[in-house]
Design a protein around this ligand. Structure first.
Ligand code: PLP
Length: 381
């Protein structure tokens, strides 16, 4: 690793939070060829690569259908709309997630009903879902946060008992496995994001819905393309949420690497946990077994003096992130939902303490060891 020189300091090492160029370097020729082939054909929207990628991604997830769209947010929003969810309906989501989870619900015209998270997994606290169900509840949208599958078995049981749809927000969990099945195949439908920094990322925005329900897949195909089941006849709301062919072509190349990349992320998480064991930071669970595996979109520790540690790591050339600094109910835009500080204590405490360390497939052992050093010295002050 080359030394990085800034105006003030020379770091022994610079460790990026993510490194998309390192990820693409070994497959650059294939990406270039894929893009060139699309330029040659000139079929830029919903072209052949989109159809082929949909088939490949559905097969990867273990679902019958996939429908490519323009973002993860659109994937979730159109999935709710395709299920007939809208004004007057409630959708249960975790209080600690990226804002797009809630936005998908509000953009469908429905109301997000928040539930606190479990402190060890950062996912929906399944023991608190039942009390949030009302006669207006139509769906539960669990998030596989940080790449760890939500506890889907009790969620599906509750949904069945109350006749609810389950839409997985799988935007951070491409390839994660829960009881032998891939995320995306666990609920009635799922939305994935291909934002560049996700485990599988485009070179721009895009997303996809996966489902084994032919009717829902067909409705989303129509919704994404101006509400058309047939050309020039607009039966449904005329959204434009189409997927670009160039993104699909590049995603097809990167999908061939995804399992290898996820395996590397898992190894990095184990190494971090080993290096930080015995310290006072709360480490993420590494509870992978043969039939359930997280894919470590983010490696998130919890520490009381989070902001001071973050600044200290920055001084050492180490990039970090906070996912997320505010829970959904305290975001200004969602004030109107009527929640207050104190309503979701676990989520609120987590947002003050979580710190995401560098995590991407091409981290080296040397880099991870370097990151652990200043964390240990900070805690030993
Ligand atoms: C990234 C993300 C989304 C939204 O995806 P976009 O492609 O950015 O619209 C939704 N939910 C979660 C949990 C995410 O991390």
């Amino acid at each position: 690793m080359v030394n990085a020189v800034t105006s003030e300091k020379i770091f022994p090492m610079n460790v990026n939070f993510v490194d998309l160029r390192a990820q693409d370097a070994p497959i650059r020729d294939k990406l270039d060829q894929a893009v060139a082939a699309v330029l040659d054909k000139g079929n830029f929207i919903l072209g052949e690569d989109v159809t082929q990628f949909e088939e490949e991604f559905a097969a990867f997830c273990g679902t019958s259908y996939a429908v490519g769209v323009n973002s993860g947010l659109s994937a979730l929003q159109l999935t709710l709309i395709a299920h007939g969810i809208g004004p007057g309906d409630e959708v249960i989501i975790p209080a600690h997630t990226f804002v797009a989870t809630a936005a998908a619900v509000t953009f469908a015209g429905a109301r997000p009903v928040l539930v606190d998270i479990a402190p060890d997994t950062y996912n929906l606290d399944v023991t608190q879902i039942a009390v949030a169900i009302t006669p207006r509840t139509k769906a539960i949208m669990p998030v596989h946060l940080y790449g760890r599958p939500a506890d889907m078995e009790p969620i599906m049981a509750l949904a069945q008992a109350h006749n609810l749809i389950v839409v997985e927000d799988a935007a951070q969990a491409h390839g994660a496995v829960y009881h032998g099945k891939r995320t995306g195949s666990l609920g009635h439908a799922a939305g994935f994001s291909f934002y560049p920094a996700k485990n599988l990322g485009a070179s721009g925005d895009s997303g996809i819905v996966v489902t084994s329900d032919a009717g829902i897949a067909g409705r989303i195909r129509a919704l994404r393309n101006c509400g058309q089941f047939e050309k020039n006849r607009h039966d449904l709301a005329p959204y434009n949420c189409r997927m670009d062919t160039i993104q699909a072509a590049m995603l097809r190349v990167r999908l061939t690497q995804l399992d290898t990349w996820n395996t590397a992320r898992r190894q990095h998480a184990r190494l971090y946990n080993a290096l930080l064991a015995g310290s006072s930071v709360k480490l993420p669970l590494v509870d992978d077994d043969s039939d359930s595996t997280a894919v470590w979109h983010l490696y998130v520790i919890r520490v009381a003096e989070r902001d001071a540690l973050r600044a200290y790591l920055s001084e050492h050339g180490i990039g970090t992130g906070i996912h997320y600094p505010l829970p959904v109910h305290l975001q200004p835009v969602y004030k109107s939902l009527g929640y207050r500080a104190g309503d979701f204590p676990v989520a609120e405490r987590c947002t003050q303490q979580v710190l995401s360390l560098p995590m991407h497939p091409h981290l080296t052992r040397e880099e991870i060891e370097y990151v652990a050093g200043p964390i240990m010295s900070f805690l030993a002050r």
